[in-house]
Write a protein that binds this ligand. Structure first.
Ligand code: HPA
Ligand SMILES: [Zn+2]
Length: 330
């Protein structure tokens, strides 16, 4: 579905299609424990977040050079622009790459060159993108602080910080200090919360990390008081429908609580999370939700408008994009 939209929840490493995993493995001389693309794809049966993360981090081993990050990002922008994405705020996980000896300049230069290349060679000159540095919450707060320090020379190309990886047992409170520091440096803040973790983590993300958006946030529905607050403050939730089904939060897309979140008056957006693993880019998530949850065209238009409003774009560009959403017809 090509309705104009912003994508606010996508991990660049999760956009690496199996074909690219093999191509980079060959180019970088990395041995893979699978013999074919088909075999790799057959492993994409997940039972929960951790079962996905295991294979997601393993596949990242093929990402080694600035060129790899550039090609990955350009490919993501080309495909998502075909599906109507007009602006993307892209997560990346530097700690996972630093651990393999890939240095911060190769990562950030590669990603930013990829944005430029994707826009000039395919996505189109009207498309924009920003980078959000995510801390891995299953690593220490000290490691997060070290990573932020390493990123300081590159802050002209990083719009904000986020928090991802294994959620349960790693509450937002663990990262209060590093988020304080990030805000002092002028960075925006978002965090994954309430994906598998409890509603309390959503509250902590808001109160302690002072995030401007909550990534996922689906477990907020367990807590009526929190729902009231999210409605009152119109906190954007970056919901990822296909991801939630593939990681077992819902048995089928038809069981997803997205319609309930909307009925509660929350500011919901629809995103792909890790499209190469979960079966669809942003437009495909919109189509799936329309088909299985019966969202009307006007509801989908509202969700697309929410994504523009919830983005870190300036007021002028938001107005221009909102006009595009308004004018959209199939
Ligand atoms: O959905 C996710 N949740 C947490 N960490 C992640 N890293 C990539 N995708 C995800
Ligand atoms: Zn995510």
């Amino acid at each position: 579905m090509d309705i104009p939209k912003a994508e606010l929840h996508v991990h660049i490493e999760g956009t690496m299609e199996p074909e690219m995993v093999f191509e980079l493995a060959r180019r970088n001389d990395v041995e893979l424990p699978y013999s074919s693309v088909a075999e790799l794809r057959s492993r994409y049966e997940f039972s929960d977040l951790q079962s996905f993360l295991d294979i997601y981090y393993a596949n990242m081993a093929v990402l080694r050079t600035r060129r790899d990050f550039r090609e990955l990002t350009a490919a993501y922008l080309r495909e998502s622009a075909r599906q109507g994405v007009r602006h993307a705020e892209i997560f990346f996980d530097p700690q996972a790459h630093l651990a393999r000896g890939v240095e911060m300049p190769a990562i950030v230069d590669g990603l930013s060159e990829g944005i430029t290349e994707g826009i000039t060679e395919g996505a189109g000159s009207g498309v924009t993108a920003e980078l959000i540095l995510c801390f891995l919450r299953d690593q220490s707060a000290e490691s997060a602080m070290d990573t932020l320090r390493l990123a300081e020379p590159f802050l002209d190309r990083i719009i904000g910080v986020g928090l991802d990886s294994a959620e349960v047992g790693h509450p937002p409170s663990k990262f209060t200090e590093v988020f304080d520091r990030a805000r002092e440096l002028g960075l925006r803040a978002v965090a994954h919360a309430g994906e598998e973790g409890p509603a309390e983590y959503v509250r902590e993300a808001l109160d302690l990390l002072r995030v401007e958006r909550v990534d996922h946030g689906i477990r907020a529905l367990d807590d009526p008081e929190l729902v009231d607050r999210l409605r009152r403050e119109q906190v954007p939730l970056t919901v990822c429908p296909l991801s939630n089904v593939r990681l077992g939060s819902f048995s089928h897309l038809s069981q997803h609580t997205l319609p309930r979140l909307m009925a509660e008056g929350l500011m919901v957006t629809i995103n792909s999370d890790d499209p190469a693993y979960f079966g669809g880019y942003a437009g495909e998530n919109f189509s799936a939700v329309r088909e299985h949850l019966g969202l009307t065209r006007e509801q989908l238009r509202q969700v697309a408008a929410n994504s523009v409003q919830a983005s870190f774009l300036d007021r002028e560009r938001k107005s221009a994009l909102l006009a595009e959403v308004d004018a959209w017809t199939e």
